[in-house]
Ligand binder design. Structure first.
Ligand SMILES: Nc1nc2c(ncn2[C@@H]2O[C@H](COP(=O)(O)OP(=O)(O)OP(=O)(O)O)[C@@H](O)[C@H]2O)c(=O)[nH]1
Ligand SMILES: [Mg+2]
Length: 408
């Protein structure tokens, strides 16, 4: 926020100064076209730089928890459990549903994608299948996501957590443009963590466990957000085996070797690769049904939010600065080009390279004397000759004239 003020103040200070000097020398500028041109450029400079340079405000609270996971891993049931936990413990939560296709929700929501887009209507209207329908609904919703962020920002002081449920088809959220837009919108405004829900009983098989971990790994690297491996359904199977496999790859290899298929060899090799990935993760075991592990889950969320502030936020600031620098460079380049064009045309004529051959326009826009133009064009022609190839030499004379008229 300080950085925000720091970057904005100079522009506020600069503006009146530029305006004053412009007013006092207005008469002089009128007489001197170059002076007028220069003032116009400076005005443009102020307007150009006043937008896009301010970094959005950033708060420490609420923490956004995006719940993702394979279909049926228990995301919605876990959301329900988390909502109950927050109610019981006077934790101030806000609940968002991003699954357009869910029929009923066991918990009350504050913002529901289904209120904005009707998934079945989208399917009908765009002639889509179920997955296309969900994807398009989410895309449509993403176009309004700035409003969602504004709503949360307005309530930020009264909130501790924002819980976000996502569609069952995980790839729709994690690999779509809208998923990226939504995640980035959250992550650039609030501390954001991803809770990756794992169906623990199903992951007792080493191959399934490995594919689940690979997916989690890809999400971690794609979002660059802190990720909590949330082993759900521990009321059915305890997640101890998973922790063991993650800590000791030999234990995992021993389990995988009982399977003699080629996937087993691949799985064993991958376990070595994922060793580093496991070090960057927090793991908790929970049961959305019994409520076991909620304290541990929220502790992991808090630790991840701290991690976010230390690493992701710093990275985000760096990327934002870099983007601003590039934007500033590009803007300067454009302004230089514009300045040159305006100087060339005396500030009155703007020649657009439309690619259209319109002799009339060329003549009527000409504010230079015919002779001057011919001279200038001849010069340009001379310069250009150097880069013509033999093929271009065969352009007929008429065409040469046209090129001259529209050339810069
Ligand atoms: N035993 C047990 N069952 C669970 C638990 N969590 C979820 N389930 C069951 O798992 C099934 C799927 O749960 P959902 O919450 O719908 O899973 P989801 O990930 O939201 O599903 P989609 O949104 O369709 O991908 C349901 O039958 C739940 O009752 C749990 O902790 N323990
Ligand atoms: Mg669900």
């Amino acid at each position: 926020m300080d950085a925000d003020n720091g970057s904005r103040d100079p522009k506020i200070d600069d503006a009146p100064m530029q305006m004053d000097s412009g007013n006092s020398s207005a008469a002089q500028a009128k007489d001197d076209p170059q002076e007028e041109l220069s003032q116009n450029m400076n005005k443009l400079h102020i307007e150009g730089s006043s937008s896009g340079n301010g970094s959005p405000s950033f708060r420490r609270k609420p923490v956004i928890i995006i719940v993702v996971g394979m279909a049926g891993s228990g995301k919605t049931t876990l959301m329900h459990r988390l909502v109950c936990h927050t109610h019981l413990n006077n934790i101030r939560g806000y609940v968002i549903n991003l699954d357009p296709a869910v029929m009923t929700l066991p918990y009350g929501v504050n913002i529901d994608v289904r209120d904005t887009v009707k998934y079945k209507e989208v399917m009908k209207q765009f002639n889509l299948g179920p997955n296309g329908g969900i994807l398009t609904s989410l895309n449509l919703f993403a176009t309004r996501f700035d409003e969602v962020i504004s709503v949360i920002e307005r309530r930020a002081d009264q909130l501790d957590y924002v819980l976000v449920d996502t569609p069952g088809q995980i790839e729709i959220f994690t690999w779509s443009a809208s998923g990226a837009i939504i995640t980035e919108a959250f992550a650039s405004t609030f501390p954001t963590v991803v809770a990756y829900v794992v169906d623990t009983p199903r992951s007792a098989d080493p191959s399934t466990f490995m594919s689940n971990m690979l997916y989690a790994c890809s999400i971690l690297y794609k979002t660059r957000l802190p990720l909590i491996l949330t082993f759900n359904k521990v009321d059915v199977v305890a997640h101890q085996f998973a922790l063991e496999w993650m800590e000791d790859f030999e234990a995992f290899q021993a389990a995988a070797s009982s399977d003699h298929s080629y996937t087993s060899t691949l799985t064993q090799s991958l376990s070595l690769v994922l060793d580093e990935f496991y070090n960057n993760l927090k793991s908790v075991g929970v049961s959305a049904v019994s409520g076991v592990g909620m304290e541990a889950f929220f502790k992991a969320v808090e630790a991840s939010a701290d991690e976010y502030m230390e690493t992701y936020k710093a990275d985000l600031d760096k990327r934002r600065e870099e983007r601003q620098r590039l934007e500033e460079e590009r803007r300067k380049e454009n302004m230089d080009k514009l300045r040159k064009d305006m100087e060339k045309s005396g500030g009155e004529t703007v020649v657009l390279s439309t690619g259209l051959k319109d002799k009339e326009t060329g003549k009527s826009k000409n504010i230079m004397g015919e002779e001057d133009e011919d001279e200038e064009m001849d010069d340009a022609d001379d310069d250009d000759l150097e880069i013509y190839t033999e093929e271009e030499d065969v352009i007929d004379e008429d065409e040469d004239e046209e090129v001259d008229r529209f050339g810069f």
